[in-house]
Design a protein around this ligand. Structure first.
Ligand SMILES: [Zn+2]
Length: 138
């Protein structure tokens, strides 16, 4: 099967809780596409690509949040200073508004990692085939 070249895109902002800079992960991005798949399968792939590319510090902060009842939530970016979760909804909204402001140029987001996966792994991450929750289109 052909390998799919995948970048992981994100941006930095100030943590809502402690104001320290946080590298937020938006998701994986297949080069040439104009969409970023969202949701847990996509974040799982993003995490794998981060590890593949040696971005262990970012990967270590893209972890499951814990709910008050002890259950585990989806993978989300966390602050390296205070540990606060950076809500996926807010991260995705911020990415979308940055893309809109930049007329859809993906370069407005940081390319945090670069790697590849097989086609089956890409399909798992994509809501068209897997159980992802949606896309950011730009
Ligand atoms: Zn913080």
């Amino acid at each position: 099967m052909d390998a799919v070249r995948v970048g992981v895109v994100g941006f930095s902002w100030g943590c809502w809780k402690c104001s320290e800079s946080v590298q937020c992960v938006v998701g994986p991005y297949r080069y040439g596409d104009n969409e970023i798949p969202l949701g847990d399968p996509a974040q799982t792939l993003a995490r794998e690509i981060l590890l593949q590319d040696g971005k262990t510090e970012v990967a270590a902060l893209l972890v499951r949040k814990h709910h008050r009842d002890g259950s585990e939530g989806e993978l989300a970016s966390h602050c390296g200073s205070c540990g606060a979760v950076q809500g996926n909804f807010y991260v995705q909204n911020e990415a979308l508004s940055r893309l809109i402001d930049a007329d859809g140029h993906i370069e407005t987001l940081d390319l945090i990692a670069d790697g590849e996966c097989d086609e089956a792994a890409w399909k798992d991450a994509s809501p068209e085939y897997g159980d992802g929750v949606g896309m950011i289109y730009f």
